[in-house]
Design a protein around this ligand. Sequence first.
Ligand code: CP
Length: 313
Amino acid sequence: MSLKRKDFLGLYNVEADEIYEILETAKAMKEIFTRSVKKVPTLRGKTIVNLFFEPSTRTKSSFDLAAKRLSADVMSISKSTSSVAKGETLLDTARTLEVMGADVVVIRHSAAGAAEFLARKIKASVLNAGDGAHAHPTQALLDMYTIKEKLGKIQGLKVLIVGDIAHSRVARSNIWGLTKLGAEVRVTGPATLIPKEISKMGVKVFTDLDKALVGVDVVNILRIQLERQAKGLFPSIREYRQFYGINDERLSGLSKDVLIMHPGPMNRGIEIESSVADGDQSVITEQVTNGVAIRMALLYLLAGRDLKDEDLN
Ligand code: CP
């Protein structure tokens, strides 16, 4: 098994069969979690560098754990504790790590296009762990994995994404991935947080949450980026909660089979009430677990391009 590419930068240029291949590989990886020793020697001798220039809990720790479960050597570099804080460029940092033998560079950066830039400049594989408001492909893949695991399919499902669509790399990556796999994707949020051109991505746009919720199978709730309020992009937290918050009342109007998702970190009591986040329909903790399996799959498919299928055992 291998991907058709050196780098994994986003779902915008990935075909449906490649997405299914990653999801299938993640399923095999998840089986390893059930073993008493949750580790395989598959990537022994390979080196993974986690280059995180933006804060992260879930993505960074799951890439760390994924690399360790595959027995790779892993190095983690952050902006504040590296020479980037002394003015070193992203490229010089990456090249320094490459000549130490990095096979895969996982990068999170606040600038859209940072992963693509690095991929053009270094020989190591580059894996995008979130770049600005552009793309967060591993988040979308773990979301799709969770939907498929829970509901058995993706094709034909109605998936609603709620919140700040304009500034969300999670929304964009989910839209690219889900539409390729044949889901109907809806988006809703304050008009100021929905880009006019979003319908060109093949989604249905709603400004009324309650209308958008009719007949959905999945509700994926985005974190409201509180710094946007200072820029006047939504009126107040109280109004956001009233018009776009997912609460028990809204949930009670939906089928009991509807999945509630959130990529994290959550603003409890704003975009999602705690009772919903911790309720029976929530799959938020499963999303986090599945994130490790998806990241193991991608590291295996990129770093293990010269390995054979049986090496997974
Ligand atoms: N969902 C997500 O990307 O979370 P982190 O910022 O904690 O990695």
